[in-house]
Design a protein around this ligand. Structure first.
Ligand SMILES: O=C[C@H](O)COP(=O)(O)O
Length: 238
């Protein structure tokens, strides 16, 4: 299990990078769930951190995404949201065209919004099919409207566990996000995503606030412990 932390600036990237998170995810929380930061920030953070940790970029929502030509070569992966694509007949082609413009070696992340109805995004099965057709390496489940409840408000543990199994069969990594808090960790450990992705829980006030080093360290320890406890339970019941 890896920990991804969304950062909005060079300063936040330096803080989270020094604390040794597995993935730095560049994202501007004031611009929505997958709001893009500026290409200048991409260059600075990828340039500084790509040898020590993986750096992913959020590029906004597909109907508006544009600045893909400035994605740095050493970027680990990019994600493009599908809000507004529920009634867009050619979203698969648009997404494919953008992915095809990425520098070689940059991985593709498919995004499913758990609050599909609020995002007006395509249904899970369609995103799953397209993720495989477009050779995505990772499948992210996140929430679009951060004011409308966490991921468990929209999908059950059983649904997420089933998705885990489907993704394993499809050979896709599973990244789970959506206002995850410490109290969700036993459920998260049951689901066993490959990547646990957060921002709000490690920020002062809410996800638009500043990342706090102590909150980040505490959450990382709690996450590790939750996965250890779950493993222990599984072993002792077998
Ligand atoms: O990719 C991860 C998201 O930025 C998670 O943010 P959140 O924990 O505030 O929902």
């Amino acid at each position: 299990m890896q920990l991804l932390v969304s950062v909005r600036s060079v300063e936040e990237a330096n803080l989270a990078g020094k604390l040794g998170v597995d993935l730095l995810d560049l994202k501007e929380p004031h611009l929505g769930s997958l709001g893009a930061t500026s290409p200048g920030i991409w260059q600075a953070v990828v340039g500084k951190w790509h040898t020590q940790t993986r750096v992913s970029l959020a590029l906004g929502e597909l109907p508006q995404a544009s600045s893909i030509d400035q994605v740095p070569r050493r970027t680990d992966s990019v994600k493009i949201g599908l809000a507004g694509c529920g009634c867009l007949p050619n979203w698969r082609e648009k997404l494919a065209a953008l992915f095809d413009q990425l520098p070689s070696g940059v991985q593709r992340v498919a995004v499913h919004y758990a609050d599909t109805h609020l995002a007006n995004s395509p249904p899970l099965d369609d995103v799953m099919r397209v993720a495989q057709e477009l050779n995505c390496q990772t499948f992210l489940v996140d929430t679009y409207d951060k004011s409308a409840g966490d991921v468990f408000h929209h999908m059950s543990i059983t649904q997420l566990k089933n998705l885990r199994s489907q993704l394993t069969v499809a050979g896709l990594q599973f990244a789970l996000a959506g206002s995850l808090q410490s109290q969700h960790l036993p459920a998260v450990a049951k689901i066993q995503p490959d990547i646990v992705a957060v921002r709000g829980v490690v920020c002062h006030r809410d996800r638009t606030g500043e990342i706090d080093a102590a909150m980040l360290q505490t959450f990382r320890q709690q996450l590790k412990l939750a996965f250890q406890l779950d493993r222990h339970k599984v072993l002792s019941s077998s």
